[in-house]
Design a protein around this ligand. Structure first.
Ligand code: MV4
Length: 450
């Protein structure tokens, strides 16, 4: 087992990882930017090293500085958390070259799954159902139009390097195809320096269902059930839950087996997520694979009783998985609300600043993952997520009741937050009925989607 781990991240996930290490008797090294001298992760770790100015590009994305911090402190491994360098194949490779364990999959797998059109082809060849569409990359609107006509409109045009809706356009028919293709491709060239595109049949009002998988170095792969992440605004997840109400035990078994097959097809190692689109007729299609631990991992922890961060550390150190598929049981229902420093009535503009007073809810089945404290100043340089409010109840109804109660008790003063917006979602009759798909927020909160 590792003696010391460096956490190449900040905020709540850095705190989450430090706590897991401490429970396991592993020493921790925090890295921090000049804007994070007073950050909780900086204070909680056994050692802390400043790696540069506030701008992420000069600190949390600065590979050389982070590797140097690791060498100086003699840490054995780096946990990248999510965002920042977590899906950067060059960083994973740099760690490998410096004999530092990168807690995650190999650089080769990160690369392969980061290329969405290649991931799609890999999955098709492994017998994993993908959305009907192209198998080979598409580079011109002319060849794209022919392919779109054979797929049948409407289609979704996607950039191979895309993500978060970037480089993605719907085309409803041949008359709007060329313009949409060119716009999507231009966005991709500008954002990712990559003109590789692919085309899929457009799935109307799908649910975003993702399966958590975990794999060790010995080819063992398990799935830990699904998360329904359909409640999104502009491709940002707002609320996640597990299990998904419309997935039967039989469908869960079939989707889970598919997720495991997808991971095995690439000899996957460590924690990963297989994203599916689930259509109205309960057909499911592979969409993407995320090669990191995700923001919403706690909902899976609450329904499975497993600690995913500890499991990541154990498998990275060479231990086999601590559980077999038959031992994994999904119990009760968990839900997570992301609380951000943002102003919903000003188009969710980020609102950093000083927190003058906070009160955190608690009680049976209430978990809070956060790095904020009273008098803490939220810096303007990073993501606006402040806190994850996660609840676990015996069923969905009880989870909703706990979330409603906890949101009502949560107080964060001094800065604007989306707490009231989350409260409106939780209280919405359509949300409570479970009839939610990716169109939920635009349809029921159009005033927030302009
Ligand atoms: C789709 C789709 C419908 N059909 N692909 C959005 C982000 C990117 N990861 C993929 N996305 C979608 N791909 C096909 N073929 C609908 C979406 C989509 C969506 C997906 C998940 C959660 C929220 C979404 C909101 C709008 C569109």
């Amino acid at each position: 087992m590792f003696d010391k781990i460096l956490i190449a991240n900040r905020g709540e996930i850095a705190v989450r990882i430090i706590r897991a290490c401490r429970e396991m008797g592993i020493k921790t090294v925090a890295v921090y930017s000049e804007a994070d001298r007073d950050a909780l992760h900086t204070m909680l770790a056994d050692e802390a090293i400043c790696i540069g100015p506030a701008a992420s590009s000069q600190s949390y994305l600065n590979m050389e500085r982070i590797i140097s911090a690791c060498v100086v402190t003699k840490a054995d491994a780096i946990h990248p958390g999510f965002g920042f360098l977590s899906e950067n194949a060059r960083f994973a490779e740099l760690c490998e070259k410096c004999s530092i364990t990168f807690i995650g999959p190999s650089a080769e797998i990160i690369n392969r799954m980061g290329n969405k059109s290649e991931a799609r082809k890999t999955m098709m060849e492994a017998g994993v159902p993908v959305v009907p569409g192209t198998k080979e990359p598409v580079y011109t609107a002319e060849e794209g139009l022919k392919l779109a006509q054979s797929i049948g409109f409407p289609v979704m045009i996607k950039a191979s390097s895309g993500g978060g809706g970037k480089g993605m356009r719907i085309s409803r028919g041949p008359e709007d195809f060329t313009e949409n293709f060119q716009n999507a491709q231009l966005e991709s060239v500008k954002g990712f320096s990559d003109d590789t595109m692919y085309i899929e049949k457009y799935i109307e009002q799908p649910r975003h269902i993702e399966f958590q998988i975990m794999a060790d170095k010995y080819g063992n792969v398990v799935h830990l059930g699904e998360r329904d992440c359909s409640i999104q605004r502009r491709h940002q997840k707002v609320l996640e839950e597990s299990p998904c109400d419309v997935i039967s035990d039989d469908l869960r078994r079939r989707m889970g087996e598919t997720a495991v097959r997808a991971a095995k097809a690439v000899n996957y190692e460590n924690a990963g997520t297989i994203e599916f689109l689930l259509d109205k007729d309960k057909n499911f299609y592979f969409m993407e694979m995320n090669t990191r631990i995700q923001v919403e991992h706690p909902v899976t922890e609450l329904v499975t009783g497993l600690d995913l961060i500890k499991e990541q550390i154990r498998v990275a150190s060479g231990e086999p998985l601590s559980v077999k598929q038959e031992e994994i049981k999904i119990s009760g229902h968990a839900m997570e609300c992301r609380i951000n420093a943002e102003n919903p009535s000003r188009n969710f503009m980020p609102c950093p600043g000083k927190i003058t007073n906070i009160h955190l809810p608690g009680g049976n089945g209430v978990r809070i993952d956060t790095h904020i404290y009273s008098d803490y100043t939220v810096p303007s340089n990073y993501d606006s997520m402040l806190l994850k409010l996660i609840v676990h109840g015996k069923d969905r109804q009880e989870a909703i009741a706990k979330m409603r109660s906890a949101l009502g008790e949560l107080i964060i003063e001094g800065i604007e937050t989306n707490v009231d917006f989350q409260y409106e979602i939780i209280n919405h009759p359509v949300f409570q009925s479970g009839e939610t798909d990716t169109g939920f927020i635009p349809e029921h909160f159009p005033q927030y989607c302009k």
